[in-house]
Design a protein around this ligand. Sequence first.
Ligand SMILES: [Zn+2]
Length: 468
Amino acid sequence: MTKIGLEIHCQLTKLESKLFCPCKADYREFEPNTNICPICMGIPGSLPLLNKSAVEKATLIAMALDCSTPSKIAFFRKNYFYPDLPKNFQITQLNVYGNTSIGWEGKILVGNSKIRIRRIQLEEDPGRLIYEGVTEKTKLTLVDYNRAGTPLVEIVTEPDFETPHQVREFLNILSDLLENLNVSDPGLEGAMRADANVSIEGGSKVEIKNIGSFHDLEKAVHFEITRQQSLAERKIEIIQETRQWDDGRKITISARTKEEEAEYRYHLEADIPWVRIDDNTKKQLQVHMPESISSKKERYVSKYGITSQVADILSSDRYFSELFEKANNETNAKDIANMITTDIMGLLDTREKREMSKLEGDHISDLVGYIKSNKITRASAKLALDEVIKNGKQLSEIIEDLDLGHVSDESTLSDIITEVIDEEVKAVENAKENPEIVNFLVGKVMQKTHGKADPELTLALLKKNLGL
Ligand SMILES: [Zn+2]
């Protein structure tokens, strides 16, 4: 049996400052090594000051993942030397004096399978190493400490996954959840990273590190299962080790044999006192916990009569569900939801596009209203959407500017229909035996009117002309 476990690192990107100092948590906008201070650089004599909001946001994640949460938390030093770690130790958490990490024993449902969460801990991110240079001789390693000390939540699962596909599903659910809790923006580069451990048939556990995207993680796990199966078939021993994902060659390669935990010389971080999280604080957090994705979905189905499938897509995306909530959805809620999930999601499929978009909720309700009252065709509505996204103008203005109004004037339409009938002699002949072909002729009229012809009127006039 295949067993896969994950360790996911999520940055709390919605925080103002780093975990133990006032430097910005959002390090991405800075020139290298300018978002630093004596605390995150580990200058002797500096003392860490715990960011209260980070504890609260991490606790929110633990609660949302159904974890038990502690009455007090403790921090530990994990000692190791690496150039991206200026202090030579990382401040993290460890459950050695009872459960003192942010959360433990939670669960998340992926389809019908329960994935157990072993532990959640709050820790600091190290800096970043950047490799430059072209040849072996001119190779340079640069270090940027801007990221050092950024708040990170590590989520460790039990080895409950059986397929790479399940891993991918889980990560999608988790990133939706983090976005919905407003604690992290998983779309930001490096905001969500994962390591996986894989074993087959009760054999040794192999850890895969250095995986940059969910897509690659799925592929890396798949590769590792195949590699281990092939070794097992040839009766070659699978050794416990850490392997790196080589993105270029799409394979895992041996990196080092796995360290034992004791080698990190964990010990209690004496510069940060144990922090109490009382029941009152937890209750307060619970009150402010945003509606869960599943209850939002239920509400969409029961209140607005949206299909379960559409509600599923809409509720799991924070941006689009907010757009839906902001649209005037007292009437036409179902059509608004459909327009968001079919047309708008396609037009705004990247973070950059969403940030640039001028589309507001009211635009969508207006547009659906225009379609329903036959003032505009669906094809024209798409053009109008494109335009609103670009300039945010009122719909009435756009329809006038682009001349998108319906062609529902009978004499104009009749002229165009006569033209089509003259041009499509063969189709006209066949249409008498095969009524399906009439739709083809409607399509031709649509082409000539750039999608603006009233479809019902066109069909009626065509049938009349053809004597059907
Ligand atoms: Zn700092």
